[in-house]
Ligand binder design. Structure first.
Ligand code: KG4
Ligand code: ZN
Length: 345
C-alpha cells in the first residue's frame, strides 16, 4: 500500500505491507517558522513541490516498483483543506492512472495505526488518547474501525495550547518541543516546585462518570492563565528568568489532565491497553506521566518520535485495513477540513 499524507506541514509518502513499514519519507516544511505558525497557502504549494520526490524516496527504500503497489491510501481530512487537496489529487491521479483502489483515510484514525505499526500489543480493545495540533480525543476502540468517543477538548487542542503558550513566552514555532526543552532546563536547575501554580481545567474530584465533563478537556483557560502571569512578570521585567519554570508548570498541568482522564477511562471500561498517538505523544513528560498514573492497571503503547509526527506510514496502515475490509473510496473523494471520525458508535 502506498500512503500519502499532506494534512498540515509534513509532506510524507510511505510503502507498507503485511510485515510493516517498507519505506517512509517525510519532509517537514521549515518555510513556516518565520511566520510563527503554519501558513496554509505555503503548505499546499510545498506539498505539490515535494510529493513526487517523497514517493520516489519511499518506493526506493521499499525496493518496489509501480507494478507492486496494490492501492493508494491518502489523508482526506481533517486538516488544512488546500494542503489536503494536494495529497488527495496526487493520490487520485496515481490510482486512476494505474487502475488501483483509492482509500481516503481519517488523519486521527491514522495516528492510532501509527502506534500499532510499532507495537504488536497495540491492538483493540484499547483506550486511545490522540493528542495533536488540531485535535485531542479520548476514545475506546472496540475493534479497528469501531470506536466510542469518550471525551474531547472543548476548545484548544493540546498541541495548539503548547504552541500558543510557547509563542506567548517568546519561544519559536513549533512550540511543543520548545516547551519540553524549557521544562527540562527548569528541572536541571533544581525544579520549579511551587513557584507557579496553574489550574488543572476540568479536573475535579467531584466529576462523576456519566457527566460529559468526566472525560472532556479544555486547554484555552490554561493558556490564558499563563498569559496573565507572563503579563505580570513582564511588568516587573522578570519574564525571561521565569520562562523555564512557567513552561514546566504548564506542561505539568496538561500532563495531569490528560493522564487523569486516561486513567479514568481505563478504570471505567476495564480496558487495560492505552494507545497514545499524535504529535504531542513526542512529549516525554506526557509518556512518563501517563505511565506513572496508570501504574500496574494499564499498559501504555506510545509511538516513537518519528511515527508520532505526521507521517504516511500510518495512513498506509489504516488504508490496508480498509482495503482488506473491501472498502474503497469513489473518484469523487474530496478533502474535508472537518472530516468526522469514522466508525463512532
Ligand atoms: O500530529 P501532529 O504532528 O500534527 C497534527 O496532526 O496536528 O502534531 C503537531 C503538534 C504541534 O502542536 C506540536 O507543537 C506538538 O505536536 N508537539 C509537541 C512535542 N512535539 C510536537 N508537544 C509537546 N511536546 C513535544 N515534545
Ligand atoms: Zn497528526
Amino acid at each position: 500500500m502506498l500512503g500519502i499524507e499532506t494534512s498540515c506541514d509534513e509532506t510524507s509518502a510511505a510503502v507498507v505491507d503485511e510485515h510493516g513499514i517498507r519505506g517512509l519519507a517525510i519532509a517537514s516544511q521549515d518555510a513556516h517558522a518565520a511566520f510563527g505558525g503554519v501558513v496554509p497557502e505555503i503548505a499546499a504549494r510545498e506539498h505539490i513541490r515535494s510529493l513526487d520526490a517523497m514517493v520516489r524516496h519511499a518506493m526506493r527504500e521499499a525496493e518496489v516498483g509501480h507494478a507492486e503497489i496494490a492501492g493508494v491510501g491518502v489523508t482526506a481530512g481533517p486538516g488544512l483543506v488546500g494542503a489536503l487537496l494536494a495529497g488527495v489529487n496526487w493520490a487520485k491521479a496515481y490510482a486512476f492512472a494505474r487502475g488501483l483502489p483509492l482509500l481516503g483515510v481519517h488523519h486521527m484514525e491514522g495516528h492510532l495505526f501509527g502506534t500499532a505499526l510499532e507495537h504488536e500489543g497495540a491492538h483493540p480493545p484499547f483506550i486511545g488518547l490522540l493528542v495533536s495540533g488540531g485535535h485531542t480525543l479520548l476514545l475506546e476502540a472496540h475493534a479497528w474501525g469501531r470506536y466510542r468517543l469518550l471525551g474531547q477538548t472543548r476548545d484548544d487542542a493540546a498541541g495548539e495550547a503548547f504552541d500558543k503558550v510557547a509563542r506567548r513566552l517568546g519561544l519559536p514555532y513549533p512550540g511543543g518541543p520548545e516547551i519540553q526543552r524549557a521544562a527540562e532546563r527548569s528541572a536541571a536547575a533544581g525544579g520549579a516546585a511551587g513557584r507557579f501554580r496553574l489550574p488543572r481545567p476540568m479536573l475535579s474530584r467531584r466529576d462523576l462518570p456519566g457527566d460529559p465533563a468526566y472525560y472532556d478537556m479544555s486547554f484555552s483557560g490554561l493558556k490564558t492563565a499563563v498569559a496573565r502571569i507572563a503579563e505580570q512578570l513582564e511588568a516587573e521585567d522578570g519574564l525571561a528568568d521565569a520562562v523555564d519554570d512557567l513552561a514546566a508548570e504548564f506542561q505539568e498541568a496538561v500532563v495531569d489532565v490528560l493522564a487523569e482522564k486516561t486513567r479514568r477511562a481505563v478504570e471505567q471500561t476495564g480496558c487495560r491497553r492505552v494507545v497514545l498517538g499524535g504529535g504531542v505523544a513526542r512529549n516525554s513528560r506526557l509518556r512518563e506521566g501517563l505511565a506513572e498514573r496508570l501504574g500496574s492497571s494499564g499498559e501504555l503503547y506510545a509511538p516513537s518520535p518519528r511515527l508520532a509526527t505526521d507521517n504516511a506510514a500510518m495512513i498506509a496502515a489504516a488504508a490496508r485495513f480498509r482495503l482488506a475490509r473491501g472498502e474503497r473510496s469513489p473518484w469523487s473523494l474530496n478533502a474535508e477540513a472537518a472530516l468526522a471520525f469514522p466508525g463512532l458508535a
